[in-house]
Design a protein around this ligand. Structure first.
Ligand code: DGT
Ligand code: CA
Ligand code: CA
Ligand code: ZN
Length: 625
């Protein structure tokens, strides 16, 4: 676990402990925000903690929080955290994640029945003493029991690439149910997060009971956790795809909420989250004399009863756009609703879309571990409207993947020329290679061989447990190789298999900016590498981004959407992504990365924007060269 994750987990735990102590909302939110901010950092918190000013400059971290973080970096613990742990049993915190158990109930279980962890919770369920709590009936206990069983059977978050097709199928199923007028998925899935805790489905229906019934009887439902008038929860088996991620049988929870048509926009906004984005919007509403909930935006009349129950007319509720408009906030795309500064924007940032992509720069043929011939690959790319496809088979060190040596690479050049002659100008076929970055950062081919190629993706495939300092040096050395154009899947992580490298991303990004090398977002859902937070740091530093499908078979082109979602979560504009460039500009960059990268950067207006902590110094250095 990285130091940042460790700290973020502790801050989250403190927030939960404060909830159980019924501390003020204000204090709890301060910890939640700080945890989210630390989790998002691309830099090691220890480096920032040297300078309290930089620490406090982070959105979500105030002076008091900065002191706690400094204490953590210096001593490995936070005094306030130790005090809380003496007061609140740590074992209570995971109970808050169980469906049916909120902070109020967990507090009652603790104070009245002495429950301190999952084990003692099981005991009060078994001996029936749990029924002595206020408002605790057989049905609720039944739900809690199921939630415990579910937590034991699942636990892990599910990759986006597994959950998204499932959610699309559920939405399509619900749309066909009689009386259903709207259906959509919300939550982390709609925000395009790389992994999903549970799937949230929203429906508007003339007959809510029928909608719940249709939902709970879907084919892949393995268990109904709750079936109610507004909300149902089920457990579903994961599709076939999941076996590429996990050998064990896993399940995912799916929640359905049936909401009034008139509240559709407010409900979609609320259940899309993120939670912290919602908190910001509610603050905004309050500051303007209004109150926002999942039913709508209402005038704030200080009546404690919910406005929707008093027939108060909503200021806005029907569409997300209307709610944002009434709040004076631009309509923000779901992917950036993470409380990373988006609520303060005057206009939504220009975000890349799948239709902007015009080239694939990372694809394998059957010469290494791909399945297609060169011609089939080129035709598949042309079919998608691309002007360029780069053939980038593995290099010799990736022997298990059929990596090419210098001799086979030279033969491949001739094979590619034959296909070019065959297909003509409708698509440019580039001869490239996905060259292994060896453990010391040197590339797998000598300069003479690399010089024969139109394109080089340099990627780490082995030695992926290196320490961070060595990994940082390794990647920077690969970036500095004059032949490198794209740094492929920079950390090498694969969900369910390995964490990959944890280099100092800030330094890797700075080197990429300096060298005009693009950082890849590998769009395969098992990789999504760079990850969203790295992308955001890269974008702020003015780095070029490549979004590639790492094609091995034709269907892999369809993974593009996962790369796009990740890019959008990192605020990538179309101009910043080399795959959107027209043929002339892209090929010019492949020939001369420095000149083109500088021009692209000028086009981005990055230096004028002055948006980054470390980008400015880089800009000055570049201009004076
Ligand atoms: P996940 O499922 O862990 O991947 O993440 P989400 O974001 O889908 O979270 P989930 O399923 O717990 O809740 C869905 C959305 O509902 C969440 O993004 C925001 C909203 N929501 C849930 N609980 C709360 C809450 O206590 N306060 C606020 N403001 N919003 C909430
Ligand atoms: Ca969710
Ligand atoms: Ca949920
Ligand atoms: Zn590859």
């Amino acid at each position: 676990m990285s130091r940042n994750t460790d700290l973020a987990d502790r801050l989250d735990q403190m927030a939960h402990m404060l909830e159980l102590l019924e501390a003020s909302r204000f204090r709890i939110i301060a910890y939640e925000r700080a945890a989210a901010a630390v989790r998002d950092l691309s830099e090691d918190i220890a480096d920032l903690a040297d300078d309290p000013k930089r620490l406090k400059a982070i959105e979500g971290i105030g002076a008091k929080m900065a002191d706690k973080i400094t204490a953590f970096v210096e001593t490995g613990s936070i005094p306030d955290h130790e005090e809380l742990k003496a007061e609140v049993p740590e074992g209570l915190v995971p109970l808050l994640g169980l469906s049916g158990l909120g902070p109020k109930t967990v507090r009652l279980l603790w104070k009245q029945l002495g429950v301190e962890d999952a084990e003692s919770l099981q005991r009060v369920i078994d001996d029936g003493s749990i029924l002595g709590l206020p408002r605790m009936g057989e049905k609720t206990v039944e739900n809690i029991k199921r939630a415990i069983a579910f937590a034991q059977s699942s636990g892990e978050r599910v990759p986006l690439g597994v959950a998204r097709p499932m959610a699309e199928a559920i939405v399509a199923h619900m749309e066909k149910v009689k009386g259903v007028t709207r259906a959509a998925y919300a939550g982390s899935l709609r925000r395009g997060r790389e992994t999903i805790g549970d799937i949230d489905i929203l429906v508007s229906a003339k007959d809510p009971t029928a909608a719940h019934e249709a939902f709970c009887t879907m084919e892949s439902v393995t268990r109904v956790l709750a079936q109610g008038a507004t909300k149902s929860s089920v457990q579903m088996e994961l599709g076939k795809r999941a076996h590429r991620w996990s050998k064990e049988e896993r399940a995912i929870q799916v929640d359905l909420r049936v909401v009034p048509e008139a509240s559709w926009g407010a409900a979609l906004l609320y259940f899309t989250g993120s939670k912290n984005h919602n908190v910001r919007l509610r603050e905004r509403a309050l500051a303007q004399g209004m109150t926002l909930n999942e039913y709508g935006l209402y005038p704030n009349d200080d009546d404690p009863a919910p406005p929707q129950q008093r027939n108060v007319k909503a200021v806005a509720s029907r569409t997300e756009a209307s709610v944002y408009k009434a709040l004076g906030v631009p309509e923000l795309p779901p992917e950036i609703r993470e409380d990373r500064g988006e609520v303060k924007l005057n206009a939504p940032p220009p975000l890349i879309e799948a239709s902007d992509i015009k080239a694939e720069l990372h694809a394998h043929t059957n010469a290494s571990d791909g399945q297609m011939e060169i011609e089939a690959l080129a035709r598949a790319a042309a079919k998608r409207g691309y002007h360029t496809i780069a053939v980038t088979d593995h290099s010799r060190s990736s022997a298990q993947a059929g990596g090419l040596d210098g001799k086979r690479l030279r033969e491949q050049a001739q094979a590619i020329q034959r296909v070019r002659d065959e297909l003509g100008s409708k698509i440019s076929i580039l001869h490239g290679s996905e060259v292994d970055i060896l453990a010391d950062g040197s590339l797998d081919f000598d300069d003479e061989t690399l010089a024969l190629l139109d394109h080089v993706v340099a990627s780490p495939h082995a030695a992926l447990t290196q320490d961070p300092a060595t990994a940082t040096k390794r990647l920077i050395r690969a970036i500095e190789n004059p032949h490198t154009r794209v740094l492929g899947h920079p950390t090498g992580r694969v969900f369910g298999r390995r964490e990959g490298l944890s280099p100092e991303m800030r330094d890797v990004i700075a080197a990429a900016v300096e060298q005009g090398v693009a950082l890849e977002i590998n769009a395969h859902w098992l990789r999504l590498d760079l990850r969203d937070t790295h992308v955001r740091a890269a974008v702020e530093a003015g780095a070029l981004i490549a979004i590639d499908c790492d094609v091995h078979r034709e269907a892999d082109f369809d993974h593009l959407i996962y790369g796009i979602l990740t890019a959008r979560r990192g605020w990538v504009s179309p101009e910043q992504c080399v795959n959107t460039w027209d043929r002339g500009k892209l090929h010019a960059w492949l020939k001369d990365r420095h000149t083109q990268a500088r021009e692209a950067k000028r086009g981005l207006g990055h230096c004028a924007e002055n948006t980054t902590q470390w980008g400015d110094a880089r800009c000055d250095a570049e201009d004076s060269r």
